[in-house]
Write a protein that binds this ligand. Structure first.
Ligand code: FEO
Ligand code: CA
Ligand code: CA
Ligand code: CA
Length: 594
């Protein structure tokens, strides 16, 4: 597709200074609308939001979930070939829950309250919201639409791809290993060429405990806890297996009698058809099991395999590429393309070249290296269940926390954020800073025979300390740290969102988390948005005409409460903070970023 407008015509706005205000700041000439905050009634029968957070779990399952993350706008007429910019489905993840905000007075303590845990499961997942632009230019939720849908930690899902039916995904709920419940801790997202939404299971491992020693490799390598899970769900009672399944310790004679394999049903890419509210979400297993942060497609080309990238967001984890076995054909493209293919992991060589290393049980090199390292896999399903181990075996490059990726709409160059890694002691060419507090953005261009060429687009940080060549572009108008969200708009502008920790925001010169816009040709970068106190800015998309932008503000007031909060955005007074979408338009009706 042609660019709507050359980047040269963009970045006309005045960069905004950093700030620590408890509000969303955008450049002069732009306006904002807070939209669909946590707790907003979503389905037709949902109860109104109550500011004291006294909702039940059943209420929460009909309201917007907590902690908005990756997001996409599907034009309502997409299936008819349309590109509506006035009406569509806004689909987003709800990454995690903060009990201090979710419950009226915080959590009741340990052992966890049964109803509270159900509410926490219901606040996770995905929302599909049917929205429409009004005559006055604001947007509204069409609450009566049958397309509105919540997917939660309870929603039944199907497993597909090589792992479907494997012994290691058999549970009491699914003795044949084909079904599971819920999607949890979903970060970033993907959009398929056939118009479905992908949500990506990231920090699911935190929600499980396994007291078994030694812990199986498919749990240990993902850092499942051996004492208690992060939210102590396992203490809420053995009688309800919607909750007790988060304790993966074997309790019975065989796997089909307990939930020892429940964690193996997480760590996948989940596909949702937003236009079919009755559809069962599908967990695709061919793209590997790890802390998935998004799935980003290269531009699909008819007759060639479909290619997609995914980062594993943990310190010293990897970047992966999936290549479909069958060629892409727009007439027949569909979920099957995500079930049969090859998963590769990236090695960034010191000379600026790179190699995609296959994680494939039939591959002779993989077999030899696995044997040499003393690891045995019974099938490709077993390789995929243990994706991190397979990548270790192949000698992939350990990265500084890969988060979002973005593919340039014209050049097909791939950009990836590496958010930070304060534990890096030995820099390498692709992760060039020890004690990398600020993060960086790497990029590559695909070559032939699974080779690529890479360089570093940007070393993030402040404008005073970092002065190497890459950072000549850093000034007070754009300096930032911990890049996370990343998206190329149809005009070729690169939007960079930050996720600094609370401590980093309090101590650094960067202000609150922010969003910047970059012209990658000229290396011009400008700060476009600053979020409220203790939020992260994550999730960004526009309507096809590029005149409405949706940005997610996640976890304002993080780490505070339950009786007083560091942020009261967006409701003000003494209210609890709420994650929400912000809709941005230009007062003159122009293109966002111009
Ligand atoms: Fe949930 Fe890696 O961000
Ligand atoms: Ca993220
Ligand atoms: Ca992050
Ligand atoms: Ca966060």
């Amino acid at each position: 597709p042609a660019l709507l407008q050359q980047p040269a015509g963009l970045l006309g706005f005045d960069a905004i200074p950093i700030n620590r205000f408890d509000t969303v700041t955008v450049p002069a000439g732009y306006r904002t609308q807070v939209f669909l905050p946590w707790g907003t009634p979503l389905t037709a029968d949902a109860p109104a939001y109550r500011a004291d957070a006294s909702h039940s779990a059943a209420d929460q399952a009909k309201q917007m979930g907590m902690h908005h993350d990756g997001m996409h706008f599907f034009p309502i007429d997409l299936k008819k070939g349309g590109q509506s910019s006035d009406e569509g489905l806004l689909v987003m993840n709800h990454e995690y829950v903060d009990p201090n905000i979710l419950h009226a007075f915080g959590g009741k303590g340990i052992p966890r309250d049964h109803e509270e845990v159900h509410k926490e499961l219901a606040a996770h997942g995905v929302s599909v919201a049917h929205i429409k632009k009004q005559a006055d230019g604001t947007w509204q939720l069409l609450q009566d639409s049958t397309l509105n849908r919540r997917i939660t930690g309870h929603t039944p899902m199907e497993l597909t791809g090589p792992v479907r039916g494997h012994a290691k995904v058999v549970t009491k709920y699914s003795p044949d290993g084909t079904r599971t419940r819920g999607t949890l801790n979903n970060c970033a997202h993907g959009v398929t060429p056939w118009g479905t939404y992908l949500t990506c299971e990231e920090n699911w491992a935190l929600l499980f405990v396994n007291h078994q020693q030694p812990m199986p490799r498919e749990h240990r390598r993902y850092s499942i806890a051996d004492e208690h899970s992060i939210l102590h769900w396992e203490t809420a009672g053995r009688s309800d297996d919607a909750i007790s399944r988060f304790n993966a310790t074997p309790f019975a004679d065989k796997a089909s009698d307990d939930y020892r394999n429940e964690p193996n049903n997480f760590g996948w890419i989940v596909e949702i058809d937003p236009f079919n509210p009755k559809s069962t979400p599908v967990k695709h297993t061919a793209m590997g099991r790890f802390a998935h942060e998004g799935l980003i497609f290269a531009k699909p080309e008819s007759g060639k395999p479909l290619v997609a990238y995914s980062g594993d967001d943990a310190r010293f984890e990897y970047i992966y590429k999936y290549v479909s076995a069958k060629p892409y054909d727009p007439a027949t493209a569909g979920p099957h393309l995500l079930d049969e293919g090859t998963l590769y992991v990236a090695r960034f060589n010191e000379d600026g070249s790179g190699d995609w290393l296959p994680l494939k049980i039939e591959d002779a090199d993989f077999q030899a290296k696995a044997k040499a390292a003393g690891h045995v896999f019974d099938s490709q399903a077993d390789v995929l269940l243990n994706t991190r181990l397979a990548a270790d075996i192949m000698g992939a490059t350990k990265m500084d926390r890969p988060e979002w990726g973005a593919v340039h709409p014209i050049t097909n160059e791939v950009y990836f954020t590496l958010t930070n890694n304060s534990r890096r002691h030995s820099p390498d060419a692709a992760n060039p800073r020890a004690n990398n507090h600020s993060g960086h953005i790497i990029r590559w261009r695909e070559g032939t025979s699974q080779r690529f060429d890479w360089d570093i687009f940007l070393l993030s940080g402040d404008a005073y300390t970092y002065t190497p060549a890459h950072n000549a572009m850093l000034t007070e108008q754009n300096h930032h740290a911990s890049p996370d969200g990343l998206w190329f708009d149809p005009n070729g502008l690169l939007w960079i969102q930050t996720d600094m920790s609370g401590a980093q925001m309090r101590s650094g010169p960067f202000g609150n988390n922010a969003m910047l816009a970059a012209d990658v040709n000229t290396h011009t970068i400008k700060r476009f948005l600053v979020g409220p106190v203790d939020c992260e800015v994550t999730g960004v998309v526009m309507t096809p005409d590029c005149k409405t932008m949706f940005v997610n503000i996640q976890h304002p007031g993080e780490g505070s409460g339950p009786y007083s909060f560091s942020s009261t955005w967006p409701d003000r007074r003494t209210n609890r903070p709420r994650s929400a979408t912000v809709i941005i338009t230009k007062e003159d009706g122009g293109i966002i970023g111009s």
